[in-house]
Design a protein around this ligand. Structure first.
Ligand code: FAD
Length: 452
C-alpha cells in the first residue's frame, strides 16, 4: 500500500507515525510545502522567551530520522490538486515551479490553517507579522532585538496573542493588545479569571484596548508600519504589529474535491474519512466534534490534530477506531498565573447554543496551615446543564500548577457525567498536594446545593 501524507505539522506527523506502526510494509510519501518538517508552533513562546535556544529543535522529527524509518520525505512540495478517481496528486516544486503527478492508494491530508490577515488599509506595510510556523518564529525572534522596534501591537487576545504580548513585553518592548471582545482571552475564560489576568498584564506595563478593532495601519515613506488606528478613533505608535486574529483553513484548492463545510473545513466521518473513500483528513483544516454539544466545529489544537492523525492512519483500510469528541481543553500561563479551561464557559454558552449555569469556588491549593511559599489561591469554575445536571465545562487558575484538574473535567464531559458524579468522586488527599475535598468536589457539591 502506498500512503501519501500531506502536511508535516502535528496531524501529518502523527499520521506518518501511525502508518509506520499499523502498516509497517506501507510505502509512505510525506509532502510538505515548507523547507522544514514538523515545526511545533506550540513551542514558539518558549523559543521567543529564550527558554529553548534552537528554533530547529522545536520539532518532533528530522528528515534523516524519518528517512531512516523508510519514509520518503518531500519538502518544498506543494500539493495543488487531487484526482480521486485516478488516485493521483499534483505536486509543485516550490523552488522551480515544476509540476509532477504522483500516485497513492490512500491519502491523508493534514494541511492545517493559515493566519487570518486583517483586510484593512495598510495591511501590506512592512513589520506586520503573524505568529505561526517556523518562518514567522525566526522573524519574530529577530524583531525582539531590533533597536528600531520599541512599540508592538498585538491584534487579538486569544492564546497566541497573549503569548506574543508577554514575550515582547519581557523583551523590553511597550506592548498594546487590541481585541474586538470585551475581555481578553474572551473565548477561553469568564470574567472572574480574565479580570485578574488583565490587571496582571496592565501591571506589567501592557496596554489593553478592548471592544475595538483595527481600522487602519499607517506607515512611513519606507513603507514600514508606524501606528495603528482603531475603530473607535484612537491611534497609537506601532513599529511592529503581530496579527493573531484567528486562522482560516488552507483548503480553498480542495473545493469540489472533498466536501467542505461553509467555513471551508474538511468534513470527515468519525473515522477521519472524507466523502472520498481513500482520502482522510486531520487537524486544523477539519471539523471536530465538540463533546458538550455534539456539534461539529473548528477546535484548532495540536491535541486534536494528533488524535485525528492517529485515527486516520488506523482506519485506512477498515473502520476500526472512532475519533472521540473533544472538549477543547487548553492551558496557558500569563506571567505567574497558570490556567486551563475546557468545554463551555458562561461567555461562550450562547454561541454554543446551550443554556448553562455555573458555580465559582475560591480556595487554597493545599490546606491553609501550609505556608504561603508552598501554597496559593485557586480559582475554579464549574459549568453544567441545569436541566440534566451534566457537566459542560470548567476553568481553573492559580499561581501554582493546578491545570491537570481540567483533564478530569474534560473526561467527565466526554463521558456525560453529572455534578452528582463529581460531587463525591474519589480524589486523593495529601497536604503537600491537595485538600481533603478536591476543588472539583467542592464545586460540584455547591452546584448540587444550587440545583436541589
Ligand atoms: P498546521 O500546523 O497548520 O500545519 C499544516 C502543515 O501543512 C504546514 O507545515 C503547511 O506548510 C503544510 N501544508 C499546507 N498545505 C499544504 C499543501 N497543499 N501541500 C503541502 N504541504 C502543505 N495547540 C495546542 O494543543 N497546544 C498549544 O500549546 C498550542 N500552542 C500554539 C501556539 C501557537 C503560536 C500556534 C500558532 C498554535 C498553537 N497551537 C497549540 C495550535 C496547534 O499548533 C495547531 O492546532 C496544529 O499545528 C495543527 O496542526 P495541523 O497538522 O492541522 O496543521
Amino acid at each position: 500500500m502506498k500512503v501519501a501524507v500531506v502536511g508535516s505539522s502535528h496531524g501529518g506527523f502523527e499520521a506518518v507515525r501511525g502508518v509506520l506502526h499499523d502498516f509497517p510494509d506501507a510505502e509512505i510519501d510525506w509532502y510538505e510545502k515548507g523547507d522544514f518538517i514538523s515545526f511545533l508552533s506550540c513551542g514558539m513562546e518558549l523559543y521567543l522567551q529564550g527558554i529553548v535556544k534552537d528554533v530547529n529543535s522545536v520539532s518532533y522529527a528530522t528528515i534523516p530520522g524519518m528517512e531512516e524509518k523508510g519514509v520518503h520525505v518531500r519538502i518544498n512540495s506543494d500539493v495543488t490538486n487531487i484526482n480521486p478517481k485516478s488516485h493521483t496528486i499534483t505536486v509543485v516544486d516550490v523552488n522551480n515551479g515544476k509540476e509532477k503527478t504522483e500516485n497513492y492508494d490512500k491519502l491523508i491530508l493534514s494541511i492545517g490553517a493559515v493566519p487570518f490577515q486583517l483586510p484593512v488599509p495598510g495591511k501590506d506595510l512592512q513589520n506586520i507579522y503573524a505568529m505561526r510556523g517556523r518562518d514567522w518564529a525566526i522573524l519574530l525572534k529577530e524583531a525582539e532585538v531590533k533597536p528600531d522596534i520599541k512599540n508592538v501591537t498585538v491584534v487579538g487576545s486569544g492564546y497566541i496573542g497573549i503569548e506574543a504580548a508577554e514575550s515582547f513585553a519581557k523583551a523590553g518592548m511597550h506592548v498594546t493588545i487590541i481585541d474586538l471582545n470585551p475581555s481578553i482571552l474572551g473565548t477561553y475564560l469568564d470574567p472572574e479569571f480574565t479580570d485578574i489576568l488583565a490587571d496582571k498584564l496592565k501591571n506589567e506595563g501592557i496596554d489593553i484596548r478592548l471592544d475595538q478593532s483595527v481600522k487602519e495601519y499607517i506607515g512611513n515613506s519606507d513603507k514600514k508600519v508606524t501606528s495603528v488606528v482603531s475603530t473607535n478613533g484612537d491611534s497609537w505608535d506601532a513599529d511592529l504589529v503581530i496579527e493573531t486574529a484567528g486562522i482560516r483553513p488552507a483548503t480553498k484548492w480542495l473545493d469540489g474535491i472533498v466536501d467542505l463545510n461553509e467555513r471551508g473545513l474538511i468534513k470527515t466521518d468519525e473515522y477521519q474519512q472524507t466523502n472520498q473513500t481513500d482520502i482522510f483528513a486531520a487537524g486544523d483544516a477539519t471539523e471536530v466534534e465538540f463533546a458538550p454539544t455534539g456539534k461539529k466545529q473548528q477546535i484548532a489544537l495540536a491535541t486534536n490534530a494528533r488524535r485525528q492523525g492517529r485515527s486516520a492512519a488506523h482506519n485506512l483500510n477498515e473502520k476500526l477506531r472512532k475519533t472521540t469528541a473533544v472538549s477543547g481543553s487548553s492551558a496557558l500561563h500569563v506571567y505567574d498565573y497558570k490556567f486551563a479551561s475546557t468545554g463551555v464557559k458562561d461567555v461562550t454558552a450562547a454561541k454554543c447554543g446551550v443554556k448553562v449555569d455555573s458555580v465559582f469556588v475560591k480556595d487554597t491549593k493545599v490546606p491553609p496551615f501550609v505556608p504561603a511559599d508552598h501554597n496559593a489561591e485557586v480559582y475554579f469554575k464549574l459549568t453544567y446543564n441545569p436541566e440534566n445536571r451534566e457537566i459542560m465545562g470548567a476553568q481553573i487558575m492559580s499561581k501554582m500548577d493546578t491545570t491537570a484538574n481540567i483533564n478530569t473535567i474534560s473526561l467527565a464531559i466526554q463521558q456525560h457525567l453529572t455534578v452528582d458524579d463529581l460531587a463525591y468522586a474519589d480524589f486523593f488527599f495529601q497536604p503537600g498536594f491537595d485538600r481533603p475535598w478536591n476543588i472539583m468536589n467542592v464545586a460540584a457539591q455547591k452546584a448540587q446545593d444550587k440545583l436541589d
